[in-house]
Write a protein that binds this ligand. Structure first.
Ligand SMILES: Cc1ncc(COP(=O)(O)O)c(C=O)c1O
Length: 394
């Protein structure tokens, strides 16, 4: 199929839920993607914070290829080594005692919300209320959408799941006033991704923890985007010295294959019984073989240190551009937002035309989420390109 035939076939046959640029990618290598016209792009999107090791990491390719020749899928009716190994890695390297596997971020949050509801039903007179925050994004399924702030995503599908309330993000006083004995759970991203790359304050997250403890509510951290090395620590919440009862993971965990994970404490695990929740595809041998490689390569002090240093370098380079168009540079590690005084989408498009792929987060924020293997020269190229696009836009 040539480029135009592919684009036309997608227009004809794929449901129109995405607006895509007229580029057809053929392959990737490390920090770069290549298209049908022979163009090379520097990828600061990593498939929306997914391909943490870059494209076609050799160890990842070897593990997936070997596993594909051995065993790909058996369903969750049977045991297999890769899933057991991944579960052990996640539990032994986190606050959690058990993990539930699924296939995406939305599903991981869906599971978290269901588990919280069952804790409420089992131990706390059936309390169901869940608190979420302005700017939060938790996915597109009915439960996770009910916790997602943007009205544009929710309203066409109302009525959603009952019992959800939104409070202002980072407003501890409002949260302290609202969290009460009827609160079943509080769900929050330690660093909001889609909502504009907004880090929580440590005071806010620590205050949520205390309020949840006072009122027997569960604290759920959605680390689908900010977890697994992205911020320079293995888990995003380690930046804030707060531990949740439930943490959700997805995007980078299998380096590009679909996976989600809901990590829970023993107290939560104790209320969940066989048959309460499940998934046909979740954490099959192929996906887990990939995830075990990703986990081991990300969970190295040298890599996490590099994420911290390169993230600080990226932020510093952007902050010292001194362009009027840049209102604020924020974020943690290699999840960086550049708030502009103008719409971000045209700048994203202009950067793409110059061979650098970046994301937006909301209307006025550019979002940079390169693979965790990015180097300084690549950061320099991305920053110079963004600066040129902003200068040309004024
Ligand atoms: C913080 C957060 N939670 C949940 C999701 C939903 O993940 P998925 O698209 O895999 O369902 C996303 C996706 O962007 C996210 O950023």
């Amino acid at each position: 199929m040539d480029k135009q035939t592919i684009i036309q076939a997608e227009a004809d046959y794929v449901l129109h839920t995405y607006n895509r640029p007229e580029i057809v990618f053929t392959h990737g290598e490390g920090m770069h993607l290549f298209d049908t016209d022979g163009n090379k792009y520097l990828d600061f999107t990593s498939g929306i914070a997914v391909t943490a090791l870059g494209h076609s990491d050799p160890d990842w390719v070897t593990a997936v290829s070997q596993q594909a020749t051995q065993l790909t899928h058996i369903s969750n009716l049977f045991h297999s080594a890769p899933q057991a190994q991944l579960a052990q890695r996640l539990v032994e390297n986190s606050f959690a005692d058990k993990v539930f596997f699924c296939n995406s971020g939305a599903e991981a949050n869906e599971a978290a919300l269901k588990f919280a509801r069952k804790v409420g039903k089992t131990h706390h007179d059936g309390k169901i209320n869940i608190i979420a925050f302005s700017g939060g994004f938790h996915g597109r399924t009915m439960g996770s959408l009910s916790a997602t702030y943007k009205a544009q995503y929710r309203e066409p599908f109302a009525p959603l799941v009952p019992g959800f309330t939104f409070l202002p993000f980072n407003d501890l006083a409002a949260a302290q006033a609202a969290i009460d004995d009827d609160t079943c759970a509080v769900i929050v991203e330690p660093i909001q991704g889609e909502g504009g790359v907004n880090p929580a304050t440590a005071e806010f997250l620590q205050g949520l923890r205390a309020a949840c403890d006072t009122h027997n509510a569960l604290l759920i951290f959605d680390e689908v985007q900010c977890g697994l090395g992205r911020t320079g620590t293995l888990w995003g919440h380690q930046q804030f010295s707060v531990t949740p009862d439930i943490m959700t993971l997805a995007k980078p965990l299998a380096g590009g294959l679909p996976i989600g994970a809901t990590l829970v404490t023993q107290a939560v695990a104790d209320v969940i019984k066989p048959g309460d929740h499940g998934s046909t595809f979740a954490a099959g041998p192929l996906v887990c073989a990939a995830a075990n490689v990703v986990f081991d390569k990300v969970n190295r002090p040298t890599l996490l240190q590099a994420v911290q240093e390169n993230g600080a370098y990226l932020k510093h380079r952007l902050q010292t551009l001194e362009l009027d168009e840049i209102v604020e540079v924020r974020g943690q590690g290699l999840l960086v937002g550049v708030a502009l005084n103008q719409p971000a989408a045209p700048i994203m498009a202009a950067a793409r035309d110059k061979g650098v792929l970046i994301l937006t987060a909301g209307d006025n924020v550019l979002r940079l989420a390169p693979a965790l293997i990015v180097n300084r020269a690549e950061i320099d190229t991305a920053v110079a390109t963004i600066a040129a696009c902003l200068e040309e836009s004024s």
